[in-house]
Design a binder for this molecule. Structure first.
Ligand code: SAH
Length: 279
């Protein structure tokens, strides 16, 4: 997808998305009850304007990408900007690709590193649940980028756990993090990666303040809900072809509130054999 199209799709999907937990999503109510609302103004930044950021030195390119995401509205807080600036995306993307483009990229094994605007969106949704000392679980950790961001946010007293079912990706994500600003956290054990089926979560460090799922589940896996702390939040894409990024908040009485944040497109949360069968 071209950059402008990706930005446009992101922008419009966010505007169309319901933000409440009503049984019938608001976008369907629009179709039933009223003429559709006028199209939202695009927040998309023209490609030539983004390209101006790339003329800086290579070490500044990651910072320029974050600046772009700020202008585009995906990065909204200093906290998320700081962590994304501290973890250089180029370390998590194969050489020869363009790490500072706002696009998902292949990492092998029918998997992708998510687009920067999706990383930013998930960090913004989870930031209050990634305070120093908190526990975070990243299911489908892939390249390790987002797990590294979580680790930087929860710090040495916290826990950031990445679960990935492809052993080669766990090895690669470990290498990636070792070259990043989160290397010491990996060394000290507050950041860890494990080869496992993420649909079962990772009970060893539960309960979690924050759970992120980086692959689309047909429905919310109950073990993940069980491993969420009361007051905790999970962000998970749900669906097959049509997917919603769902925000699952666990209330103090153990009940959960679910709302849709955006229409999204992720690789499936599935078995290892199903994922690899077409590779
Ligand atoms: N957030 C990651 C996303 C990687 S793509 C990143 O930006 O790099 C989704 C990942 O989920 C893939 O690496 C895939 O291998 C993994 N995955 C899919 N199903 C899984 C499962 N059942 N258990 C663990 N990982 C899974």
């Amino acid at each position: 997808m071209c950059l402008a199209a990706a930005a446009s799709a992101f922008s419009s999907s966010r505007c169309l998305s319901p933000s409440s937990s009503s049984a019938l999503p608001r976008r369907f109510l629009h179709h039933l009850l009223a003429a559709p609302p006028p199209p939202p103004p695009l927040r998309c930044i023209p490609f030539h304007r983004m390209a101006q950021f790339w003329t800086q030195g290579s070490l500044d390119k990651n910072k320029a990408l974050v600046e772009y995401l700020k202008q585009y509205g995906a990065v909204r807080t200093d906290k998320v900007a700081e962590v994304m600036e501290s973890i250089d995306r180029a370390l998590f993307v194969a050489e020869g690709l363009t790490p500072y483009t706002d696009s998902p990229m292949p990492i092998g094994y029918n998997a992708t590193i998510s687009a920067p605007h999706m990383h930013a969106t998930c960090l913004e949704l989870l930031k209050d649940h990634l305070q120093p000392g908190m526990h975070a679980l990243d299911v489908g950790s892939g390249s390790g980028y987002l797990t590294a961001c979580f680790a930087m946010m929860v710090g040495p007293e916290g826990r950031a756990v990445g679960i990935e079912h492809i052993p080669e990706l766990v090895a690669a994500s470990t290498d990636n993090v070792q070259r990043s600003a989160a290397a010491q956290l990996l060394k000290d054990g507050s950041l860890s990666f494990h080869v496992a089926d993420g649909r079962l979560g990772w009970p060893d460090e539960a309960p979690y303040d924050a759970i992120h799922v980086g692959a689309a589940a047909p429905e919310i896996p109950q073990p993940l809900v069980d491993q969420l702390k009361p007051g905790g939040r999970m962000v998970i894409p749900v669906g097959s072809y049509f997917q919603d990024l769902q925000v699952v908040d666990k209330n103090d009485d153990g009940s959960v509130t679910v709302r849709n944040d955006a229409s999204v497109r992720y690789v499936p949360l599935t078995s290892r054999s199903a994922q690899l069968q077409d590779s």
